[in-house]
Design a protein around this ligand. Sequence first.
Ligand SMILES: NC(=O)c1ccc[n+]([C@@H]2O[C@H](COP(=O)([O-])OP(=O)(O)OC[C@H]3O[C@@H](n4cnc5c(N)ncnc54)[C@H](O)[C@@H]3O)[C@@H](O)[C@H]2O)c1
Length: 435
Amino acid sequence: MSGVYQRREFLRLAGTAGLARTLKGAEKPVRIGLVGVGSRGTGLLRILLDVPGVQIPAISDINEEHLKNAQDIVEKGNRPRPEGYSRGPEDYRRLVAREDLDAVMTATPWELHTPVAVAAMKAGKYAATEVPAALTIEQCWELVNTSEQTGMPCMMLENDCFGRGALMALNLVQQGVLGELIHCEGGYDHDIREGLLRNGDLSWRGMHALRRNANLYPTHPIGPIAWWTGINRGDRFTYLTSMSSKSRGLNRYAEKRFGPDNVNSKRKFANGDVNTSVIMTEKGVTVTLNHDTQLPRPYSDSGDTRIPLMVQRLQGTEGIFFGSMEKIYIDGRSPLHKWEDTGPYYEQYEHLLWKELGEAAKSSSHGGEDYVELYEFVRAVRNKIQTPVDVYDAATWSVITPLSEQSAASRSAPVDFPDFTRGKWKTVRPIDLGL
Ligand SMILES: NC(=O)c1ccc[n+]([C@@H]2O[C@H](COP(=O)([O-])OP(=O)(O)OC[C@H]3O[C@@H](n4cnc5c(N)ncnc54)[C@H](O)[C@@H]3O)[C@@H](O)[C@H]2O)c1
């Protein structure tokens, strides 16, 4: 049996529920190297230090201030100061080559996600990358091919899959409460104008809005939807069509905040203010997906920043779950034509992961989902099993950006999804949550 075959077999087996898992050995150290400790990377670092058994021997960032800040955080947590790598944009390669790492986690600007994850897998490490995992169809294939050839898993850190509501909805689906699934609605509807035009200058993320007209950030809403609908686990996305509105939001924002002479008041941004894509699955479920980041929009009064910015709606023959508003309606159970609060449903359908981790998670960012996500990644690394978001998920969710770009550029012509699983999507298999 060839090494590659054995590794492929590992990936296949790791995708089955039958693989033995153990919570024993929870103290066994898991050594993670971090690449990119700006805003998000620092947040991930703080949570990782709370996950039992995690060690951070090395950190890379080209910004020395960010690097020092991250090293200080680790040291203040009474851990050894991580070795720093800041000798230029490729210095992460020296970090990846270290022999004392089990995993490499990336929270850099998007362009580096695939290169760092590929380098990590080739060096025999688990890869974890912030969202999106890839920017082009070619990069998506590169991730899949590298993971299959090396036998190393690659997890995209799609935290919204691990939210309390998203996982409760997974239970509702799996227990048939919503009946046969028909339609889902998702959206990343988040006013990030300030982050796109930092102090009047385009940030790295703003550069994407300048150059690309697409759904630039699809994975937050599509991740939970893909889990609910069993994408790559019995169903698959077949094609999408996409359409973008005109682009005015960033011009107006720049004009109001920085004056009419600011270059961003006048330049033409490629990205339409609202991009809407419609996706069809092999089994006839439809999904509408929005990307809406350049227009005014408030957070919720409750201060839960996830609620207004994430549309999550899931509809089946027996009812509808409106995750972002925490409302639900089930035929024959809810009062006729009246939304119910989801509260009592959590009592009945709370996901086991949240029963297990909810207390530890509740004070962490994004309503606790970040802790649950990182805990699950660490558990997979420790037990040498497949990660819950696998490389096929990462590729299928990330590829929506280039596909929507193609479709929007050609009068919403339908564009086919590549089948990154090469036919394995037909096999129904559970998500590898460490239960
Ligand atoms: N999952 C979530 O909820 C969530 C939230 C925010 C951001 N993100 C993602 O996290 C990533 C980072 O976003 P951010 O807001 O922290 O950006 P940021 O600009 O604050 O941080 C990026 C960091 O990467 C560093 N960097 C750049 N090039 C590098 C290189 N070659 N080697 C090492 N370090 C390098 C920068 O110096 C910076 O410190 C993005 O992919 C973003 O989409 C995810």
